[in-house]
Design a protein around this ligand. Structure first.
Ligand code: TTP
Ligand code: MG
Ligand code: MG
Length: 386
């Protein structure tokens, strides 16, 4: 039986950081706005309650912007541009500092809203996700429309979505009709809509590869699709050469990575006042025991064990140090973790006061990964310094 074609969507928020900031400063709507300043660009509230914003023409200094509204992009501004260059292109544009806490908050909100409609989601970072729509009955257009509305309801923000046969095409597609786009790509759209695009629109062809392709006279995806695979392999190696050719033909079988496997599990705490290792010995010891117990509980709840135990300390002057060690066998036991954490702490000079203490367990394995159930639960401490 032939497998049914997949329906994969890519969703990407429009001018994400700038759009989140516009929720707070709606009076800036319609103006060119650039995000990337420091605290000096924080708006000032005047006596009459109105706000005074920094303009780029007044900016002197280094740094790059994170993003810009579409009004600023119309003036030639783009992500990752130096602020001084942006100031020359758009002197009247407004500059705001980044506010990562706000972006993370809205990122969680839009992902939760989509998850209520589509359960199979691959998280691709702060403002984008892949969705597998294959198991749903509803047609792609009304589904995509419903997802866009849910995102707008939950956040007040717009996004662009494409639905295609795979991740590669969906990712290219979501960028085709920004902002507020809804793009459906069918198999026979490849030549018409994908092939005219420059090769760097393919996620996985970066600046280096596209420069080398340009040296071979290959600029558009159509040219890449018609290029001899053997030639591509000679210039880019066997694997990448084949991949380039397949990508240009819109072939991509990668599954969605729906449940992100954690690389580590950790707990940390910042003290209400800075603590001294000698004078506050008992408090610190209690905190360390509690952190190890919490990490052990997290590990057990998620059915993980870990072999690498680490500590993190931040001193009153904000200097941060970490130490870790690797055990002979993975553990989820609070006593094992505590023993190893204390061993790590012995390797840190502790003259200054502490403002933060953390415990991390990494090199994780799930129960299913453990092939030998008879292995000793509590391995010897292997004090190999890393
Ligand atoms: P993007 O999705 O690449 O861009 P965008 O959401 O601002 O605009 P678009 O409508 O074209 O999708 O990136 C998401 C956020 O990531 C962006 O708002 C700011 C941040 N970012 C950077 O900090 N530096 C960068 O170079 C890029 C590209 C993005
Ligand atoms: Mg975006
Ligand atoms: Mg993005």
């Amino acid at each position: 039986m032939k497998a049914l074609p997949r329906r994969i969507a890519h969703l990407d928020m429009d001018a994400f950081y700038a759009s989140v900031d516009l929720l707070r400063y709606p009076e800036l709507r319609g103006q060119p706005l650039v995000i990337g300043g420091s605290n000096a660009q924080q708006p000032v509230v005047l006596v009459d309650g109105s706000r005074c914003f920094s303009r780029l023409r007044d900016y002197v200094g280094r740094g790059v912007i994170t993003t810009a509204t579409y009004e600023a992009r119309a003036l030639g501004v783009a992500s990752a541009m130096g602020i001084m260059k942006v100031a020359r292109l758009a002197p009247e544009a407004i500059l705001l500092p980044v506010d990562f806490a706000a972006y993370r908050h809205y990122s969680r909100l839009f992902k939760a809203a989509v998850a209520r409609i589509v359960p199979a989601i691959e998280d691709r970072g702060i403002d984008e996700i892949y969705l597998d729509l294959s198991a749903l009955a509803e047609d792609s257009r009304s589904l995509a429309q419903r997802i866009k509305e849910a995102v707008r309801q939950a956040t007040g923000l717009s996004c662009s979505i494409a639905v295609a046969a795979n991740k590669l095409l969906a990712k290219i597609g979501s960028d085709l009709d920004k902002p507020d786009g809804l793009t459906l790509l069918a198999a026979d759209d490849l030549a018409q809509r994908i092939w005219p695009l420059p090769v760097r629109k393919i996620n996985g062809i970066g600046p280096k590869a596209s420069a080398r392709l340009a040296e071979l006279g290959i600029h558009a995806i159509r040219q890449l699709a018609h290029a001899d695979t053997a030639l591509l392999q000679r210039h880019f190696g066997r694997g990448y050469g084949v991949w380039l050719s397949e990508a240009a033909h819109g072939i991509d079988d990668r599954p969605l990575l729906t449940s992100a496997e954690p690389k580590s599990i950790s707990r940390e705490t910042t003290f209400e006042r800075d603590l001294h290792v000698r004078d506050d010995r008992e408090t610190l010891s209690g905190v360390l025991i509690a952190l190890c117990r919490h990490v052990a509980e997290d590990l057990r709840r998620k059915s993980y064990r870990g072999r690498t135990i680490g500590v993190k300390l931040r001193f009153a002057d904000f200097q941060t140090v970490t130490r870790d060690l690797t055990l002979a066998a993975a553990t989820a036991d609070a006593h094992d973790i505590l023993r190893a954490a204390r061993e790590c702490l012995r390797r840190v000079p502790l003259e200054r006061k502490l403002r933060l203490l953390g415990v991390r367990v990494s090199t994780l394995a799930t129960r299913a990964d453990e092939d030998d159930p008879s292995e000793p639960r509590q391995g010897e401490l292997d004090l190999t310094k890393r």
